[in-house]
Design a protein around this ligand. Structure first.
Ligand code: ADP
Length: 421
């Protein structure tokens, strides 16, 4: 392994894994901190997906260090602590405390702070983070329920979360190229500055920064900073030229779709799948809660459908209907009933021969992955921005794509199969 990534949430992990895969690194995503002693599969890059963005600080540090140990044991030479491109955190953390712990464990002298991803509208200038045309603290992130961002200055944001000194590499240095950035970083390190916020307003800036930090053991930032890293490994003769596979080799088993997402995008995708003639059945949360409908019965229905066409089992509904169900069962109980059903259905249909599975909904995906006991995913081709096909490693023989609610074009459920062989 060349690169080990510790990501503070699941979708962020997929995002960076896709970035690395696209840049020619064979990448594996591991769900949760690996157990001590559990070996990691061989890959150019391993991304560990944690849920540490908003967990208690001590837990976030412990999980991140456990991930770091597993990646060290797997031979990683360089580490990226991946957080959100909007620097989602509070003055208590978790970015600062986790970065401090990783710095100490890895013996890093200085680490960059670079959540920039200009192509997605996240840029850094004079150390301030912009979301599109507005500073972070004027973007919708100012009202985030868990991590409201009320400042845009990354030096100040980081300084509130760490006792270490935080410096800045300005855009003039980045424009001047990798050597100028290296000189600036060395000067900061000599002044005992431990973190350096790096300006980046174009993708080219990210490539310069990537080249400049080739010798750093620890980097921190968003998925954008990963863009320039594969070239360093290639230049060092460590990474062979790899063509990115346009298609994923999938098991021959039958295909199905499970959807617990009620987002507008998903509901449109369900309509498109129905219009394409996919056999479809809607779960009834009230009947499930009352035991009039069972996961076993629903799985039996799915497996009884003609094998040539993907089947669709969904609970997705419009907001009025969802509120009616929530009024009846309670919001949490309604969600838990549906998630439990999907986890059990997934187990049964995979045991019954499903080898290709699309899952819609972030929480639903979590429930399905847990239900199937999936821990490791090989990253494959991107179906739509942010959503790759993956193949389960060391678990059931399965190609699976996990789509969070609002992702994907209207024909997502129909076109995804074309990327499998
Ligand atoms: P998204 O990614 O679109 O937010 P999630 O799967 O994360 O989708 O969240 C959807 C939540 O709504 C899940 O907890 C799911 O169990 C629940 N849910 C799905 N369908 C219904 C329904 N018909 N009534 C009530 N809750 C539902």
């Amino acid at each position: 392994m060349l690169l080990g990534v510790i990501a503070d949430d699941m979708t962020g992990a997929t995002d960076v894994a896709l970035m690395l895969n696209r840049a020619g690194m064979y990448t594996i995503q591991v769900i949760g901190a690996p157990r001590p002693g559990a070996g990691l599969p061989r890959a150019d890059a391993v991304v560990v997906a944690l849920k540490s963005r908003t967990s208690p600080v001590a837990e976030a540090i412990a999980d991140s260090l456990a991930a770091c140990e597993a990646l060290l044991a797997g031979g990683a030479r360089q580490f990226l602590f991946k957080y959100c491109s909007t620097f989602d955190s509070t003055s208590a953390g978790n970015i600062g405390p986790v970065a401090d712990a990783l710095m100490a464990r890895l013996g890093a002298e200085i680490a960059i702070i670079c959540p920039a991803f200009p192509a997605n509208g996240r840029s850094i200038y004079q150390g301030c983070l912009f979301v599109g045309a507005v500073p972070l603290h004027e973007s919708s992130m100012k009202d985030h329920p868990l991590t409201p961002m009320r400042d845009s200055n990354l030096m100040r944001l980081m300084a509130a979360q760490t006792p270490a000194a935080v410096g800045h590499v300005d855009h003039a240095a980045v424009r001047a190229g990798a050597q100028a950035v290296q000189a600036r970083l060395a000067a900061l390190a000599a002044q005992r500055v431990r973190y350096a916020v790096t300006d980046a307003v174009t993708n080219e800036d990210l490539l310069v920064l990537g080249e400049a930090v080739a010798g750093h053991v620890l980097l921190t930032g968003g998925s954008g900073i990963a863009m320039g890293l594969p070239a360093n490994f290639r230049a060092g003769g460590l990474l062979p030229e790899r063509a990115v596979a346009a298609r994923l080799q999938a098991p021959t088993g039958r295909a199905g779709i499970l959807s617990g997402s009620c987002s507008t995008a998903t509901r449109g995708q369900i309509e498109a799948a129905r219009a394409a003639g996919y056999p479809a059945l809607k779960l009834d949360p009230l009947a499930l809660a009352a035991g009039r409908e069972t996961a076993a019965g629903l799985a039996d229905w799915a497996l009884a459908q003609p094998a040539e066409t993907p089947f669709l089992l969904y609970s997705s509904d419009d907001p009025a209907e969802v509120s009616r169900i929530q009024d009846d069962l309670g919001r949490e109980a309604a969600g838990a009933t549906v998630e439990r059903a999907f986890a059990e259905i997934a187990r049964r249909i995979v045991a019954g021969g499903v080898g290709r599975l699309l899952v819609a909904g972030g929480e639903t995906s979590g429930a399905v992955v847990q239900g199937l006991g999936v821990e490791t995913l090989e990253i494959g081709p991107e179906i739509d921005p942010g959503v790759p096909w993956t193949r389960v490693v060391g678990g059931p023989d399965l190609a699976i794509a996990l789509k969070s609610g609002n992702f994907g074009s209207p024909d997502f459920f129909v076109k995804a199969w074309g990327l499998l062989r």
